[in-house]
Design a binder for this molecule. Structure first.
Ligand SMILES: C[S@@+](CC[C@H](N)C(=O)[O-])C[C@H]1O[C@@H](n2cnc3c(N)ncnc32)[C@H](O)[C@@H]1O
Length: 343
């Protein structure tokens, strides 16, 4: 929920504001279904009747109409007087192949296993444990290994988010003097590829779980300067890097495991090496913002995961034999938390 939405809601009487908040789950699930049925893709080349959309998406016509009508009320689609539906600019963000697409997040965040985990939020609040692990008896990453569709939505969203935010990261950090960059938990390699594109002197190592990187290939322009290594960051990391990037990694893990990953970076990096943690941080003020919502996602989905404050990062770095050298803002919710060997 954005600050703008919260301010718009604040114009309403309090019970209406609360009623709107309580109905948020319906909207999220409706968006998930519309995304799963690729409705925005079917509307990309012009308006369609409900019959056409029902046929294309193998849906029940009457029920699909009710879904579209509800989402038209939310500004996602528009219903013409003729009864045909069109895509609004907002709905267009649910298309598959647009640069600003958030379809993969819609597929992931309300997928039945994720939904089931959130239904056990109370368990997380009462025990501090991951509701996902409580529900499925395993960590999200293990679950996704056997549930390829959920894994694909997650990995694709990570790649998409990177594509949206990489510009902001690159504009905020100077990688030019850094010949070897190791992207720890680098997913499909979108961030590393962007760094190598922008820094022709740099070499890169993409490191992630073997099943995640087994199919990764880099664009031709950077392929000669990049290497893909499958492994477990909690065991050991490729040695001799100058910058170890952990982008949206530590927030998935408890303090002791996050410190272990950081220590493995410290043990592997060159004497003057740097660790660069790239993720949102929780601001000290109570201004509404995405980081506090993301922090709850970590609590529910990732055992012990959390979006940390500046001080929590400092303590974590110290536990790993590092010192936090600076925190660099970017023109995105991400912050760059830089660390070096403690002297
Ligand atoms: C939230 S994603 C971030 C991906 C990427 N850094 C980005 O910003 O798009 C977390 C990544 O950590 C990887 N991961 C999880 N456990 C890991 C482990 N033990 N060793 C290496 N990578 C791991 C996952 O496969 C996933 O790609």
């Amino acid at each position: 929920m954005t600050a703008q939405t919260i301010r718009a809601q604040a114009q309403q009487p309090l019970p209406a504001q609360m009623y709107d908040m309580l109905n948020a789950h319906m909207l999220v699930q409706a968006l998930h279904v519309a995304a799963s049925l690729s409705i925005a893709d079917f509307l990309a080349d012009g308006s369609k009747t409900v019959e056409e959309l029902a046929q294309a998406s193998s849906s029940d016509r009457a029920s699909l109409y009710r879904l579209l009508r509800m989402l038209a009320g939310a500004g996602v689609f528009a219903e013409e007087a003729s009864g045909r539906f069109t895509l609004t600019p907002l709905g267009s963000t649910l298309r598959t192949d647009t640069p600003d697409s958030v379809r993969d997040w819609a597929l992931f965040i309300a997928a039945p296993p994720v939904w089931a985990a959130w239904s056990n939020l109370l368990h997380s609040i009462q025990t501090g444990e991951s509701a996902f692990e409580h529900t499925f008896g395993m960590r999200l990453f293990s679950y996704m290994t056997d549930h390829a569709e959920l894994g694909a939505a997650y990995n694709n969203w990570m790649a998409k988010q990177s594509a949206l935010q990489n510009g902001a990261v690159l504009a905020s950090y100077d990688f030019s003097g850094q010949p070897k960059v190791v992207d720890v938990g680098g997913g499909q390699g979108a961030t590393l590829a962007a760094i190598l594109e922008a820094n022709p002197e740099a070499r890169g190592v993409l490191f992630d779980l073997p099943q995640v990187v087994s199919d990764v290939t880099f664009p031709e322009s950077v392929a000669k300067r990049s290497e893909v290594v499958g492994g477990d960051m909690l065991e050991s990391l490729p040695a001799g890097g100058d910058v170890y990037i952990l982008k949206r990694i530590l927030m998935d893990w408890s303090d002791d495991i996050a410190a272990r990953a950081l220590r493995n970076c410290r043990d592997a990096m060159t004497e003057s090496g740097k660790v660069l943690v790239i993720e949102p941080i929780v601001a000290e003020s109570n201004e509404p913002g995405v980081s506090r919502f993301l922090d709850m996602t970590m609590l529910v989905m990732q055992g012990g995961g959390r979006v940390r404050t500046q001080d929590e990062h400092r303590v974590l770095f110290e536990a790993a034999g590092l010192q936090l050298t600076r925190i660099i803002p970017t023109a995105s919710p991400l912050r760059l938390v830089e660390g070096a060997r403690r002297i």
